[in-house]
Write a protein that binds this ligand. Sequence first.
Ligand SMILES: Cc1cc2nc3c(=O)[nH]c(=O)nc-3n(C[C@H](O)[C@H](O)[C@H](O)COP(=O)(O)O)c2cc1C
Length: 196
Amino acid sequence: MRFNVSEINECIRTRRTIFPEQFSSRKVQKELIEVLLENARWAPTHKLTQPWRFKVFYDEGLEKLGRWHADTYKTITPEADFKEMKYRKLLERPSMASAVIAIIMKRDEKHAVPEVEEIAAVSAAVQNMYITASAYGLATYWGSGGLTYSSEMKEFLGIGEEDRCMGLFFVGYPDIDWPKRTERMERRLVTEWIEE
Ligand SMILES: Cc1cc2nc3c(=O)[nH]c(=O)nc-3n(C[C@H](O)[C@H](O)[C@H](O)COP(=O)(O)O)c2cc1C
């Protein structure tokens, strides 16, 4: 074996979503965020298109993100649908984190591979960040709420028409005991072996 597999298994299996409200005020240093981003770019990618792009909101950038998200939500939402709770969450959550990483899929101009493969590659990159964070004991949350999939978000992030924002990845230190396992379907229910 090349690595300590039991540790890696445990790290993957105990990776948990921890929400920004459960983050402590301790700041994750930039160098550690860089480790997550470094590992992200070693995800598999068909034809090496490397479709992942990241915009990291940090320090004052966090408030900027929250302010933009909440204000834009208010502007584009009909009054009857507007929810004050949602507005507050969009406004306040980024500032609870040390960093928020916008997860972006950059569509290869030549369309060398189907879009689903680019989304898969970016998801694998995010999983690399998740597992790395799990190893360091960092709290992370992949959120796709608010205006994630809107044209306004694309404009805010300065990405192209064919690119996609795939969510926001919040990073901090946990202020809670490490969460217990969430439910998962049994392996036999999601696996079929064909052996003859
Ligand atoms: C693509 C993607 C988008 C997600 N978006 C949200 C979200 O908008 N809100 C939320 O509460 N959780 C979101 N999650 C996190 C899931 O709720 C979480 O992974 C799930 O509850 C399982 O918990 P675990 O990560 O601790 O295993 C998202 C997860 C993925 C993979």
